[in-house]
Design a protein around this ligand. Sequence first.
Ligand code: ADP
Ligand code: MG
Length: 910
Amino acid sequence: MASGGGNNRNGTHRNSLKGTTTTSTASTDKPLSVNSNPSKPAFKNKSSPLTGASSGLRKSSPGSLGGGAAKDDAGVPGRVRVAVRLRPRNAEESVADADFADCVELQPELKRLKLRKNNWDTDTYEFDEVLTEFASQKRVYEVVAKPVVEGVLDGYNGTIMAYGQTGTGKTYTLGRLGEEDTANRGIMVRAMEDILAEVSPEIDSVLVSYLQLYMESLQDLLDPTNDNISIVEEPKSGDVSLPGATLVEIRDQQSFLELLRLGEAHRHAANTKLNTESSRSHALLMVHVKRTVKGREPAHSSDNGNSTSMARSLRPPLVRKGKLVVVDLAGSERIDKSGSDGHTREEAKSINLSLSALGKCINALAENSAHVPVRDSKLTRLLRDSFGGTARTSLVITVGPSPRHRGETASTIMFGQRAMKVENMLKLKEEFDYKSLARRLDIQLDKLIMEHERKQKAFEVEIERITAEAQNRISEAERNYADAVEKERLKYQKDYMESIKKLEEKWMMNQQNQGNERKMVHIAEEVAEVKKLLSKETSLRKAAEEEVDNLKSQLAQLKMSEALANSEILKLQKMVEDEVCQKEKLEGEISMLQSQLLHLSFEADETRKRLDRGGPGKVPGGLDSPVSQVRSQLKDSGNGEKASVAKLFEQVGLQKILSLLEAEDADVRIHAVKVVANLAAEETNQQKIVEAGGLKSLLMLLGSSEDETIHRVAAGAIANLAMNEKNQELIMSQGGISLLSTTASHAKDPQTLRMVAGAIANLCGNDKLQTKLRGEGGIKALLEIVKCGHPDVLAQVARGIANFAKCESRASTQGSKTGRSLLIEDGALPWIVQNANSDASPIRRHTELALCHLAQHEVNAKDMISEGALWELVRISQDCPREDIRTLAHRTLASSPDFIAGLKRLRIDY
Ligand code: ADP
Ligand code: MG
């Protein structure tokens, strides 16, 4: 019986140890998808087996939105993850913007977004995730929200926010219920599905509140009479709570959908010019998840009747609490654009108050500023414990494609860019050699893992040995004890029986020989003998009892040494847990360092590229002040460049800068032409430059200089000036075409060709200059330029040809032009056909457009058929992504007798 008990005790210890390890492995989740460094999933995997120690992490400490740099050691490293999502063109934009390209171009594989500055120049931004107009709701949920939801289930606070102009898809992304088609379900619905799938209804709880922040008053969407909820902040922990808000317990998805529907019915949605469904309030969904950590429940479930260990039954259940906040922010556009009326001014102030306070906090966090102005608005007070710091935060910024809203789109992108810096700047200031530090930590980590494994193995062996030994000793002692007791008992019984028998015999004999004195004496002797026997028996029994006591004390000793072994086991267990904790901390640091390293190397690359582009010039002595100013301003490249050029413009005066274009020193000329090019990029300066004779000087430089840098920069400036109709005429009248084509014929750098092609392409868009441009060889020049083959250059050529074809088509329709297209006359058709299905989308888009314009006019039909354009037109009418072009191609094919005959002849079933 005792051996059974001992076995069980040891067994329980081993199981509980294994139990901990298993739970931790099971609780580690898939790699985070929102990761600026997708090539490093190995890090997360590596950490998986030990993240179990995160079971030691409780509810997150006050977020850094509250405390600037305050950061819990046990917190999750990482910064605000930012994804950008592009909404597809809507019906209105498809018509109104039909002839314009989108203002953004996405490169999802590079996680980059290009924002168009003008027809031929773009700015590039990098995000954690770039979601095109084709991205499904499922994918958006997985990359933006899922890692945050998993964090909440693990006991962290998490926030998901959508920011963007009204009508760009914030509510679509977060709040769609997907009743008509489950594929359309938004982030709120999908998050709740994941949460409900993970919790156990008997022991866990999910509580939801749904609120609206409108003109700085916080309303309960689940109880509209409750419209002034106050925010309470726990001074010590920094936790934020809303004691006045309705909290509904959610047990199934259906009741959650009903709750969202109810909240939506209450939601104040003011109509605006931009989108009739748009809202000017912020909507906040809060989900409180409380979970009991598996494998740590009390021992009430011991159904096998064993008395489980004391330690286990005394341990209270471990509970993790996480809070998920989903914020559908009010539209980020400036209010004057929305055309609303009534109490708009007041509203505008309040909406802007919360949004701009959020922007200020993000700026302060991004710059690691000592003061973060959390208290400025209700929104930032509410998010105090849920943004940055130990909370996981994802921000999705939504943008639309229309070039008409380029300004709003740019400011949304800048907001996202700043949010990406939150938390990372902290360490950026320190100048570590991150690479070697990371290597050192890696080695240390490997050593720790090895040491840990070794200790664990030795520990297990030791436990087994102690257990076996204790068991052997216990069972041997028990056996000995039982044997001795039994032997003693038998012997005593036998002796006793024998004595009784002898006494009886003696008594019988005594009866027979009564009166016989002698026998009496003999009997007395016999009695004495019996007495002696009895006393011997007594002492024997005493000895047996002593032996029993001795064995008992031995048993007690054994039990004591077993208790000692147990406490040793507990100590070792604690050490193992400490090791695990330490290892996890190191891994966290490594991941942070790796991400910083990546960021740093990216920045280093950028800086190198910038330096390569702007190569420093040498200033010869004795130059007068404007020149040195030009130089010093130019050296100051990067973000401040535009500002400093504008300043330079004021200080030095345009006339002086232009005069430097003819300076003796080639170095000075290069700097001067760069300054002029920078000025020409701003629309407001263009007129002044032309009036001051800058255009003439730039054209002259093309003819007189032999320096390719000057050619490239001057051509770029001319291209910028050529966006204006009046300037186009001036360029043409000053022999621009022949200067540009000569420049192209000498160019070695594709960028020079891109600038030249960009300039000619702009000229091609002028209705009045068609004949002259062609007469001076403009089209021929473009066809020469394509030999270079660089896709950026080809895109500009394609744009020029499309511009030309469009003007020509207009002239033909108005009757001011007759006969075949000049493009066909100059032999451009084979190139257009060849590139109409190019892989590069800008080239394809423009050549497709050009083909459609040409096909409008029956005079071109025969040539187009013989050059194979018919096949391309059929393809365009079937799978061109732009519906208007598709329709145009289809209509043309169906109405032109020549094309109909051609289709028949070629047996194209149409
Ligand atoms: P916001 O909340 O930013 O004002 P909405 O979510 O209301 O914008 O979206 C405006 C309109 O655009 C809605 O009709 C919506 O259905 C549509 N929309 C937004 N994003 C997408 C998308 N990714 N795909 C298709 N339609 C979208
Ligand atoms: Mg909305």
